[in-house]
Design a protein around this ligand. Structure first.
Ligand code: GUN
Ligand code: FE
Length: 417
Protein backbone atom coordinates (compact mmCIF):
# COMPACT_ATOMS: atom_id res chain seq x y z
CA UNK A 1 0.00 0.00 0.00
CA UNK A 2 1.30 3.46 -0.81
CA UNK A 3 0.10 7.01 -0.81
CA UNK A 4 1.35 9.66 -3.24
CA UNK A 5 0.85 13.42 -3.18
CA UNK A 6 1.00 15.42 -6.44
CA UNK A 7 -1.13 17.34 -8.89
CA UNK A 8 -3.05 14.52 -10.59
CA UNK A 9 -4.33 14.58 -14.18
CA UNK A 10 -5.97 11.87 -16.26
CA UNK A 11 -8.71 11.52 -18.86
CA UNK A 12 -12.17 11.50 -17.38
CA UNK A 13 -13.77 10.76 -20.71
CA UNK A 14 -13.04 11.52 -24.36
CA UNK A 15 -13.49 15.27 -24.01
CA UNK A 16 -12.52 16.06 -20.42
CA UNK A 17 -9.43 15.85 -18.32
CA UNK A 18 -9.92 15.05 -14.65
CA UNK A 19 -7.70 17.51 -12.78
CA UNK A 20 -6.98 17.05 -9.06
CA UNK A 21 -4.51 19.69 -7.86
CA UNK A 22 -2.71 19.12 -4.57
CA UNK A 23 -4.22 15.66 -4.10
CA UNK A 24 -3.49 12.22 -2.73
CA UNK A 25 -3.72 8.91 -4.55
CA UNK A 26 -3.67 5.53 -2.82
CA UNK A 27 -2.31 2.45 -4.57
CA UNK A 28 -2.65 -1.10 -3.32
CA UNK A 29 -1.06 -4.07 -5.08
CA UNK A 30 -0.57 -1.99 -8.20
CA UNK A 31 -4.19 -0.80 -8.40
CA UNK A 32 -5.52 2.70 -7.73
CA UNK A 33 -7.83 2.82 -4.71
CA UNK A 34 -8.87 6.46 -4.94
CA UNK A 35 -7.92 10.13 -5.30
CA UNK A 36 -8.67 12.69 -2.54
CA UNK A 37 -7.79 16.26 -1.53
CA UNK A 38 -7.30 15.14 2.10
CA UNK A 39 -5.78 11.88 3.29
CA UNK A 40 -8.70 9.65 4.29
CA UNK A 41 -8.72 8.51 7.90
CA UNK A 42 -8.03 4.86 7.04
CA UNK A 43 -4.84 5.80 5.14
CA UNK A 44 -3.29 8.06 7.79
CA UNK A 45 -0.59 5.53 8.64
CA UNK A 46 0.32 4.62 5.06
CA UNK A 47 3.78 5.88 3.99
CA UNK A 48 3.50 9.03 1.87
CA UNK A 49 5.65 10.02 -1.12
CA UNK A 50 5.33 13.73 -1.82
CA UNK A 51 6.02 15.08 -5.32
CA UNK A 52 4.91 18.61 -4.43
CA UNK A 53 3.36 20.26 -7.45
CA UNK A 54 4.84 17.88 -10.00
CA UNK A 55 2.10 16.30 -12.10
CA UNK A 56 1.13 12.65 -11.93
CA UNK A 57 -0.34 11.24 -15.17
CA UNK A 58 -1.02 7.75 -16.52
CA UNK A 59 1.74 6.13 -18.59
CA UNK A 60 1.26 6.16 -22.35
CA UNK A 61 0.21 3.49 -24.84
CA UNK A 62 1.78 3.19 -28.30
CA UNK A 63 -0.55 1.24 -30.56
CA UNK A 64 1.76 1.00 -33.57
CA UNK A 65 5.55 0.81 -33.46
CA UNK A 66 8.21 -1.17 -35.37
CA UNK A 67 11.00 -2.21 -32.99
CA UNK A 68 13.46 -3.25 -35.73
CA UNK A 69 13.17 0.16 -37.37
CA UNK A 70 14.47 1.86 -34.22
CA UNK A 71 17.87 2.37 -35.88
CA UNK A 72 16.30 4.29 -38.76
CA UNK A 73 14.41 6.91 -36.76
CA UNK A 74 14.90 10.37 -38.22
CA UNK A 75 16.59 9.05 -41.36
CA UNK A 76 15.50 9.04 -45.02
CA UNK A 77 12.41 11.01 -44.14
CA UNK A 78 12.26 12.58 -47.61
CA UNK A 79 11.01 9.31 -49.17
CA UNK A 80 7.42 8.20 -49.64
CA UNK A 81 6.01 4.86 -48.49
CA UNK A 82 6.85 2.45 -51.34
CA UNK A 83 10.37 3.84 -51.87
CA UNK A 84 10.93 4.17 -48.15
CA UNK A 85 10.07 0.48 -47.66
CA UNK A 86 12.32 -0.64 -50.54
CA UNK A 87 15.32 1.61 -49.96
CA UNK A 88 15.37 2.12 -46.25
CA UNK A 89 13.15 -0.22 -44.26
CA UNK A 90 13.41 -3.66 -45.86
CA UNK A 91 17.23 -3.59 -46.02
CA UNK A 92 17.38 -2.85 -42.29
CA UNK A 93 14.78 -5.48 -41.40
CA UNK A 94 16.78 -8.14 -43.29
CA UNK A 95 19.59 -7.69 -40.75
CA UNK A 96 17.47 -9.21 -37.99
CA UNK A 97 18.33 -12.64 -39.32
CA UNK A 98 21.27 -12.09 -36.97
CA UNK A 99 19.98 -12.57 -33.40
CA UNK A 100 22.97 -10.81 -31.85
CA UNK A 101 22.26 -7.69 -33.88
CA UNK A 102 18.58 -7.93 -32.87
CA UNK A 103 19.43 -8.12 -29.16
CA UNK A 104 21.54 -5.00 -29.33
CA UNK A 105 18.76 -3.00 -30.96
CA UNK A 106 15.84 -4.47 -29.00
CA UNK A 107 17.47 -3.82 -25.61
CA UNK A 108 17.93 -0.17 -26.56
CA UNK A 109 14.42 0.05 -28.03
CA UNK A 110 12.70 -1.30 -24.92
CA UNK A 111 14.75 0.90 -22.59
CA UNK A 112 13.94 3.99 -24.67
CA UNK A 113 10.22 3.19 -24.75
CA UNK A 114 10.10 2.99 -20.96
CA UNK A 115 12.32 6.06 -20.55
CA UNK A 116 9.80 7.96 -22.66
CA UNK A 117 6.85 6.81 -20.60
CA UNK A 118 5.45 4.15 -22.93
CA UNK A 119 4.46 1.14 -20.86
CA UNK A 120 1.86 -0.43 -23.17
CA UNK A 121 2.43 -1.15 -26.82
CA UNK A 122 1.50 -3.00 -30.00
CA UNK A 123 4.86 -3.79 -31.58
CA UNK A 124 5.95 -5.16 -34.94
CA UNK A 125 9.06 -7.35 -35.13
CA UNK A 126 10.40 -8.75 -38.39
CA UNK A 127 9.77 -12.08 -40.12
CA UNK A 128 12.55 -13.62 -38.00
CA UNK A 129 11.48 -16.03 -35.26
CA UNK A 130 14.56 -15.87 -33.05
CA UNK A 131 14.82 -12.10 -33.05
CA UNK A 132 11.08 -11.74 -32.41
CA UNK A 133 11.24 -14.26 -29.55
CA UNK A 134 13.92 -12.15 -27.95
CA UNK A 135 11.81 -9.01 -28.33
CA UNK A 136 8.80 -10.68 -26.67
CA UNK A 137 10.93 -12.00 -23.82
CA UNK A 138 12.66 -8.68 -23.28
CA UNK A 139 9.44 -6.67 -23.22
CA UNK A 140 7.75 -9.21 -20.99
CA UNK A 141 10.64 -9.18 -18.54
CA UNK A 142 10.68 -5.37 -18.41
CA UNK A 143 6.92 -5.45 -17.77
CA UNK A 144 5.63 -3.75 -20.91
CA UNK A 145 1.99 -4.78 -21.34
CA UNK A 146 1.10 -5.48 -24.91
CA UNK A 147 1.61 -7.40 -28.07
CA UNK A 148 4.45 -8.28 -30.42
CA UNK A 149 4.01 -9.67 -33.90
CA UNK A 150 6.33 -11.77 -35.96
CA UNK A 151 5.69 -10.13 -39.33
CA UNK A 152 4.25 -12.31 -42.11
CA UNK A 153 5.07 -11.54 -45.76
CA UNK A 154 5.09 -13.78 -48.81
CA UNK A 155 5.20 -11.42 -51.77
CA UNK A 156 6.41 -8.02 -52.98
CA UNK A 157 9.42 -7.75 -50.70
CA UNK A 158 13.12 -8.65 -51.14
CA UNK A 159 13.83 -12.40 -51.27
CA UNK A 160 15.52 -12.45 -47.89
CA UNK A 161 12.32 -11.14 -46.27
CA UNK A 162 9.90 -13.48 -47.99
CA UNK A 163 8.58 -16.71 -46.55
CA UNK A 164 6.46 -19.44 -48.04
CA UNK A 165 3.00 -19.34 -46.45
CA UNK A 166 3.37 -22.75 -44.84
CA UNK A 167 6.69 -21.90 -43.15
CA UNK A 168 5.48 -18.45 -42.16
CA UNK A 169 2.41 -19.85 -40.43
CA UNK A 170 4.35 -22.69 -38.79
CA UNK A 171 6.89 -20.30 -37.29
CA UNK A 172 4.13 -17.95 -36.17
CA UNK A 173 2.39 -20.83 -34.42
CA UNK A 174 5.61 -21.72 -32.62
CA UNK A 175 5.62 -18.27 -31.08
CA UNK A 176 1.92 -18.47 -30.20
CA UNK A 177 2.50 -21.80 -28.47
CA UNK A 178 5.47 -20.54 -26.56
CA UNK A 179 4.37 -17.08 -25.48
CA UNK A 180 0.55 -16.76 -25.49
CA UNK A 181 0.49 -17.44 -21.75
CA UNK A 182 2.95 -14.63 -20.97
CA UNK A 183 2.10 -12.33 -18.13
CA UNK A 184 2.76 -8.99 -19.86
CA UNK A 185 3.76 -9.24 -23.52
CA UNK A 186 2.03 -11.72 -25.82
CA UNK A 187 2.25 -12.55 -29.51
CA UNK A 188 -0.27 -11.20 -32.01
CA UNK A 189 -0.85 -12.09 -35.66
CA UNK A 190 0.88 -9.55 -37.90
CA UNK A 191 0.30 -9.83 -41.65
CA UNK A 192 2.32 -6.75 -42.63
CA UNK A 193 -0.18 -5.27 -45.07
CA UNK A 194 -2.17 -6.34 -48.08
CA UNK A 195 0.54 -5.67 -50.72
CA UNK A 196 2.99 -8.12 -49.13
CA UNK A 197 0.56 -10.96 -48.31
CA UNK A 198 -1.16 -13.53 -50.53
CA UNK A 199 -4.69 -14.75 -49.96
CA UNK A 200 -3.29 -18.14 -49.02
CA UNK A 201 -1.13 -16.64 -46.25
CA UNK A 202 -3.96 -14.50 -44.88
CA UNK A 203 -6.39 -17.42 -44.88
CA UNK A 204 -3.86 -19.60 -43.08
CA UNK A 205 -3.32 -16.88 -40.48
CA UNK A 206 -7.10 -16.77 -40.11
CA UNK A 207 -6.99 -20.42 -39.08
CA UNK A 208 -4.41 -19.58 -36.42
CA UNK A 209 -6.63 -16.73 -35.28
CA UNK A 210 -9.53 -19.09 -34.74
CA UNK A 211 -7.34 -21.56 -32.88
CA UNK A 212 -5.53 -19.13 -30.57
CA UNK A 213 -7.73 -15.96 -30.42
CA UNK A 214 -4.69 -13.74 -30.09
CA UNK A 215 -5.88 -10.85 -32.26
CA UNK A 216 -4.26 -9.15 -35.24
CA UNK A 217 -2.40 -5.98 -36.12
CA UNK A 218 -1.76 -4.72 -39.63
CA UNK A 219 -1.57 -1.55 -41.74
CA UNK A 220 -5.00 -0.60 -43.06
CA UNK A 221 -5.85 1.84 -45.87
CA UNK A 222 -2.68 3.71 -45.06
CA UNK A 223 -2.13 5.41 -48.40
CA UNK A 224 -3.87 5.81 -51.74
CA UNK A 225 -1.19 3.56 -53.24
CA UNK A 226 -1.71 0.89 -50.58
CA UNK A 227 -5.49 0.95 -50.91
CA UNK A 228 -5.18 0.62 -54.71
CA UNK A 229 -2.75 -2.28 -54.37
CA UNK A 230 -5.18 -3.98 -52.00
CA UNK A 231 -7.96 -3.67 -54.59
CA UNK A 232 -5.75 -4.98 -57.39
CA UNK A 233 -4.28 -7.88 -55.42
CA UNK A 234 -7.57 -8.89 -53.75
CA UNK A 235 -10.18 -8.14 -56.44
CA UNK A 236 -12.78 -10.22 -54.61
CA UNK A 237 -12.83 -7.66 -51.77
CA UNK A 238 -14.48 -4.25 -51.90
CA UNK A 239 -12.07 -2.73 -49.37
CA UNK A 240 -8.82 -3.34 -47.51
CA UNK A 241 -10.45 -4.38 -44.22
CA UNK A 242 -12.61 -6.99 -45.96
CA UNK A 243 -9.43 -8.90 -46.88
CA UNK A 244 -8.97 -9.73 -43.22
CA UNK A 245 -12.65 -10.12 -42.41
CA UNK A 246 -13.03 -12.80 -45.07
CA UNK A 247 -10.21 -14.77 -43.46
CA UNK A 248 -11.86 -14.59 -40.03
CA UNK A 249 -9.12 -12.34 -38.70
CA UNK A 250 -11.42 -9.61 -37.38
CA UNK A 251 -13.18 -11.54 -34.65
CA UNK A 252 -10.56 -13.56 -32.85
CA UNK A 253 -9.10 -11.16 -30.34
CA UNK A 254 -8.36 -7.44 -30.60
CA UNK A 255 -7.72 -5.90 -34.02
CA UNK A 256 -5.39 -2.94 -34.30
CA UNK A 257 -5.34 -1.29 -37.72
CA UNK A 258 -2.52 1.17 -38.29
CA UNK A 259 -3.20 4.48 -40.08
CA UNK A 260 -6.73 4.08 -41.48
CA UNK A 261 -6.33 7.30 -43.44
CA UNK A 262 -8.36 6.60 -46.55
CA UNK A 263 -11.14 4.28 -45.35
CA UNK A 264 -14.22 3.62 -47.41
CA UNK A 265 -17.60 3.42 -45.69
CA UNK A 266 -17.21 -0.33 -45.82
CA UNK A 267 -13.82 -0.20 -44.04
CA UNK A 268 -15.38 1.89 -41.27
CA UNK A 269 -18.39 -0.40 -41.05
CA UNK A 270 -16.24 -3.52 -40.64
CA UNK A 271 -13.94 -1.92 -38.05
CA UNK A 272 -16.90 -0.77 -35.97
CA UNK A 273 -18.67 -4.11 -36.29
CA UNK A 274 -15.73 -5.79 -34.54
CA UNK A 275 -14.99 -2.94 -32.13
CA UNK A 276 -11.49 -2.66 -33.59
CA UNK A 277 -8.90 0.02 -32.93
CA UNK A 278 -7.65 2.35 -35.65
CA UNK A 279 -4.31 3.96 -34.92
CA UNK A 280 -3.33 7.46 -35.87
CA UNK A 281 0.42 7.85 -36.33
CA UNK A 282 0.73 11.58 -36.99
CA UNK A 283 4.47 11.96 -37.65
CA UNK A 284 4.54 8.87 -39.86
CA UNK A 285 1.70 10.09 -41.97
CA UNK A 286 3.36 13.45 -42.45
CA UNK A 287 6.70 11.89 -43.34
CA UNK A 288 6.21 8.82 -45.50
CA UNK A 289 2.49 8.49 -46.14
CA UNK A 290 1.35 12.02 -46.88
CA UNK A 291 -2.20 11.69 -45.66
CA UNK A 292 -4.15 12.87 -42.64
CA UNK A 293 -6.61 10.75 -40.70
CA UNK A 294 -10.17 12.09 -40.37
CA UNK A 295 -9.71 11.87 -36.64
CA UNK A 296 -12.48 14.22 -35.49
CA UNK A 297 -15.06 12.74 -37.84
CA UNK A 298 -14.15 9.16 -36.93
CA UNK A 299 -14.24 9.93 -33.19
CA UNK A 300 -17.68 11.47 -33.65
CA UNK A 301 -18.81 8.21 -35.25
CA UNK A 302 -17.65 6.34 -32.16
CA UNK A 303 -14.55 4.76 -33.64
CA UNK A 304 -11.88 3.63 -31.26
CA UNK A 305 -8.69 5.48 -32.11
CA UNK A 306 -5.33 5.19 -30.40
CA UNK A 307 -2.01 6.82 -31.19
CA UNK A 308 1.18 5.28 -32.54
CA UNK A 309 4.76 6.46 -32.86
CA UNK A 310 5.19 4.20 -35.91
CA UNK A 311 8.95 4.21 -35.51
CA UNK A 312 10.57 4.70 -37.99
CA UNK A 313 8.06 6.15 -40.43
CA UNK A 314 7.48 8.34 -37.40
CA UNK A 315 10.67 9.62 -35.82
CA UNK A 316 9.83 10.18 -32.14
CA UNK A 317 9.82 7.22 -29.77
CA UNK A 318 7.77 9.13 -27.18
CA UNK A 319 4.15 8.66 -28.18
CA UNK A 320 3.18 11.65 -26.02
CA UNK A 321 4.53 13.85 -28.84
CA UNK A 322 1.95 12.31 -31.13
CA UNK A 323 -0.88 13.69 -29.01
CA UNK A 324 0.35 17.18 -29.87
CA UNK A 325 0.81 16.29 -33.52
CA UNK A 326 -2.70 14.80 -33.73
CA UNK A 327 -4.15 18.15 -32.67
CA UNK A 328 -2.01 19.99 -35.24
CA UNK A 329 -2.97 17.64 -38.06
CA UNK A 330 -6.65 17.85 -37.24
CA UNK A 331 -6.45 21.59 -37.84
CA UNK A 332 -4.82 21.10 -41.21
CA UNK A 333 -7.46 18.53 -42.08
CA UNK A 334 -10.21 20.98 -41.21
CA UNK A 335 -8.48 23.79 -43.09
CA UNK A 336 -7.88 21.90 -46.32
CA UNK A 337 -10.96 19.66 -46.23
CA UNK A 338 -13.56 21.51 -44.14
CA UNK A 339 -16.37 19.29 -45.40
CA UNK A 340 -17.07 16.81 -42.60
CA UNK A 341 -13.83 17.37 -40.71
CA UNK A 342 -13.16 19.11 -37.43
CA UNK A 343 -10.15 19.86 -35.28
CA UNK A 344 -9.75 17.81 -32.16
CA UNK A 345 -9.01 19.15 -28.68
CA UNK A 346 -5.98 18.38 -26.54
CA UNK A 347 -8.07 16.34 -24.05
CA UNK A 348 -9.24 14.17 -26.97
CA UNK A 349 -5.65 13.60 -28.10
CA UNK A 350 -4.50 12.78 -24.55
CA UNK A 351 -7.37 10.32 -24.23
CA UNK A 352 -6.26 8.62 -27.45
CA UNK A 353 -2.76 8.27 -26.00
CA UNK A 354 -3.92 6.88 -22.67
CA UNK A 355 -7.40 5.85 -21.61
CA UNK A 356 -8.91 4.90 -24.96
CA UNK A 357 -6.85 1.74 -25.26
CA UNK A 358 -6.83 0.91 -21.54
CA UNK A 359 -9.00 -2.20 -21.98
CA UNK A 360 -6.47 -3.64 -24.47
CA UNK A 361 -3.82 -3.70 -21.77
CA UNK A 362 -5.80 -4.87 -18.77
CA UNK A 363 -7.19 -1.59 -17.43
CA UNK A 364 -4.39 0.94 -17.92
CA UNK A 365 -4.43 4.53 -19.15
CA UNK A 366 -6.21 6.19 -16.22
CA UNK A 367 -5.75 7.00 -12.55
CA UNK A 368 -9.34 6.49 -11.50
CA UNK A 369 -10.07 3.80 -8.90
CA UNK A 370 -9.53 0.30 -10.26
CA UNK A 371 -6.92 1.36 -12.81
CA UNK A 372 -3.56 -0.35 -13.06
CA UNK A 373 -1.09 2.11 -11.57
CA UNK A 374 1.30 2.62 -14.50
CA UNK A 375 2.10 6.29 -14.10
CA UNK A 376 4.59 9.10 -14.65
CA UNK A 377 5.60 12.09 -12.57
CA UNK A 378 6.35 15.02 -14.89
CA UNK A 379 7.96 18.27 -13.88
CA UNK A 380 10.23 21.09 -14.97
CA UNK A 381 7.89 22.56 -17.58
CA UNK A 382 6.92 25.86 -15.92
CA UNK A 383 8.76 29.14 -16.44
CA UNK A 384 10.23 31.24 -13.63
CA UNK A 385 7.77 33.99 -14.60
CA UNK A 386 4.78 31.68 -14.96
CA UNK A 387 3.67 28.64 -13.01
CA UNK A 388 1.61 26.36 -15.24
CA UNK A 389 -1.60 24.73 -14.08
CA UNK A 390 -1.54 20.92 -13.98
CA UNK A 391 -3.42 20.60 -17.28
CA UNK A 392 -1.11 23.16 -18.92
CA UNK A 393 1.88 21.14 -17.73
CA UNK A 394 0.49 18.04 -19.43
CA UNK A 395 -0.22 19.89 -22.67
CA UNK A 396 3.22 21.52 -22.76
CA UNK A 397 4.85 18.17 -22.02
CA UNK A 398 3.24 16.71 -25.13
CA UNK A 399 4.44 19.64 -27.24
CA UNK A 400 7.95 20.35 -25.97
CA UNK A 401 8.67 17.87 -23.20
CA UNK A 402 11.42 15.26 -23.30
CA UNK A 403 12.12 12.14 -21.28
CA UNK A 404 14.11 14.41 -18.92
CA UNK A 405 10.78 15.86 -17.79
CA UNK A 406 9.70 12.41 -16.60
CA UNK A 407 11.09 12.38 -13.09
CA UNK A 408 9.61 9.10 -11.84
CA UNK A 409 8.04 6.09 -13.56
CA UNK A 410 5.65 3.67 -11.85
CA UNK A 411 4.78 0.28 -13.29
CA UNK A 412 2.19 -1.87 -11.48
CA UNK A 413 2.55 0.42 -8.49
CA UNK A 414 6.34 0.14 -8.20
CA UNK A 415 8.97 2.64 -9.35
CA UNK A 416 11.16 1.51 -12.21
CA UNK A 417 14.33 2.84 -13.81
N1 GUN B 1 3.33 -0.44 -44.51
C1 GUN B 1 3.91 -1.64 -44.62
N2 GUN B 1 4.99 -1.73 -43.84
C2 GUN B 1 5.08 -0.58 -43.22
C3 GUN B 1 6.00 -0.07 -42.26
O1 GUN B 1 6.95 -0.71 -41.84
N3 GUN B 1 5.74 1.18 -41.81
C4 GUN B 1 4.70 1.92 -42.27
N4 GUN B 1 4.51 3.12 -41.77
N5 GUN B 1 3.85 1.48 -43.18
C5 GUN B 1 4.05 0.24 -43.63
FE1 FE C 1 3.87 0.93 -39.47
Amino acid sequence: MKLIHADIVYSEDRTHLAVHPDSYIAVEEGIVKGVWTEIPEEYRNVPLTDYGNAVLIPAFSDLHVHAPQYLNRGLEMDLLLADWLDKCTFPLEAKYADPEFAKLVYDAFVDDMIANGTMHACVYGTIHTEATSYLIERMDRRGIKGFVGKVNMDRNAPDDLLEDPEGSVRRTEELLEKYSGNRNTRPILTPRFAPTCTRELINDLGRLGRKYSVGMQTHLVESIWEAEQARILFPECTCDTEIYERAGLMDNGPVIGGHFIFPSEEDIHIMQKYDSYAVQCPDATVSVIAGIMQTGALLDRGMKIGLGSDISAGHHIGVYTQAARAVQLSKLKQFYEPEGNRKITFPEAFWMATKQSGPLFGGTGSLEPGSVFDALVIDGLSDAARQLTPEQTVERFCYIGTKENIKVRYMNGETIE
